[in-house]
Design a protein around this ligand. Structure first.
Ligand code: NAD
Ligand code: DAU
Length: 333
């Protein structure tokens, strides 16, 4: 039996990882620790709620008692997905990002050290490299984060490494590019634009729409994490990306076209402060371990649009209350 703690498992990528891991690892007993912030949703774990090798605990990774309770029967492996994750929110209110993304990672690392965990997986991000005008970021490149979210993730990334270098904790660090797929909170650009288009609301496109992101389908990210853990080396960083560089305006047009909606729905809005122009990853290190993405960008986008089209009951209730207040204040639409 392997005891696995998945933090942030009620969020987008964490919930996909829980589904993946229960199917892929028959000896894993998974505890999800999640604070259920606005981004956490138990509906994301509904399918597994009665699974015999799964349990859910509501708790905060920045609370030592919560983390100790979640690991009191011992813990072999920790996947830290829990974070505040939205760049725009980090610009408006950075404090929660410092608390969860940095102090939360510190708390988990301390408990992992105390419990003598066999593996600690820190889910970092390609944003830690900052904007890349040309070429592709390699794992050894300097970290140049440019917003409070990416700076807090960079701090946690290096703090995790320090627990390997200083205490010998077997730490594995992934830096993935922009994920997309079903169940992503509709503040991130793809689900925001798909759900807005479905209800004929404007699509708020930042700046000139020419910013580039490298898109990774979420299930490919989950499989790469397993490859990193099984075949990678502790203390190492692994970039994870699928090489799907797309300009935001291209994605906007693809979404509108697929949903037969007019381009007049596109609403150019003021640019994000410090908006990184482009991210791009050199993924030869994870590919050398045998991983390759299986889902093309077009297949992934088709699946994603179909899921939001068929699952209005998942996202329509989200677009009220706190979300609506944030949305109206942020976009002034
Ligand atoms: P998300 O915002 O969908 O989910 C985050 C989850 O963490 C939520 O369930 C939330 O309730 C939980 N959480 C927040 N604060 C917490 C706390 N203090 N204690 C316990 N739980 C808490 O995030 P996501 O997009 O699934 O991202 C997951 C991880 O992957 C994050 O660490 C993020 O930085 C990283 N990442 C995301 C992407 C992407 O494109 N989404 C790409 C690379 C890396
Ligand atoms: O690169 C990995 C990162 O990807 C993750 O670490 C973050 O958690 C995740 O949020 C994501 O960050 P981005 O800032 O790249 O994602 P977002 O979906 O917010 O924006 C993608 C692009 O779309 C970006 O260039 C900004 C633009 N955009 C975004 C929003 C929300 C718009 O044009 N309009 C919008 O309303």
């Amino acid at each position: 039996m392997t005891r696995v703690l998945v933090t942030g498992g009620a969020g987008f990528i964490g919930s996909h990882y829980v589904h993946h891991a229960l199917a892929a690892h028959p000896d894993w007993h998974i505890t999800v620790l999640d604070k259920l912030t606005y981004a956490g949703n138990l509906a994301n774990l509904e399918d597994v709620k009665d699974h015999p090798r799964y349990r859910f605990l509501c708790g905060d990774i920045a609370s030592r008692p919560d983390v100790e309770k979640a690991t009191e029967d011992g813990m072999d492996c920790i996947f830290n997905f829990a974070a505040e994750t939205h760049v725009d929110r980090s610009i408006g209110q950075p404090e929660g990002f410092i608390r969860t993304d940095i102090y939360g990672a510190y708390t988990l690392l301390e408990v992992a050290r105390q419990r003598k965990a066999k593996a600690f997986v820190q889910i970092s991000t390609d944003e830690v490299y900052g904007s890349v005008a040309q070429g592709q970021s390699r794992e050894t490149d300097a970290l140049m984060p440019s917003n409070p979210y990416s700076a807090s993730k960079a701090a946690a990334d290096r703090l995790a490494y320090s627990y390997f270098a200083t205490y010998g904790l077997p730490v594995y660090i992934s830096r993935a590019s922009n994920n997309f797929g079903p169940r992503q909170y509709p503040e991130k650009v793809i689900p925001l634009f798909v759900t807005n288009a479905l209800v004929n609301e404007p699509l708020p496109l930042y700046g000139d729409g020419e910013n580039v992101r490298d898109w990774l389908f979420v299930t490919d990210h989950c499989m790469a994490l397993d490859v990193m853990l099984e075949r990678g080396a502790p203390g190492e960083v692994y970039n994870i990306g699928a090489g799907n560089e797309r300009r935001n305006i291209e994605i906007t047009r693809l979404i509108l076209d697929r949903l037969n909606k007019p381009t007049t729905l596109v609403r150019p809005v003021q640019d994000r402060p410090g908006h990184d122009r482009r991210y791009a990853l050199d993924c030869s290190k994870i590919r050398a371990l045998g991983w390759a993405p299986r889902v093309t960008f077009e297949q992934g986008l088709e699946q994603t649009i179909a899921w939001y089209t068929e699952n209005r009951s998942w996202w329509l209730p989200i677009k009220t209350g706190e979300y609506l207040e944030y949305y109206r204040n942020h976009y002034r639409l």
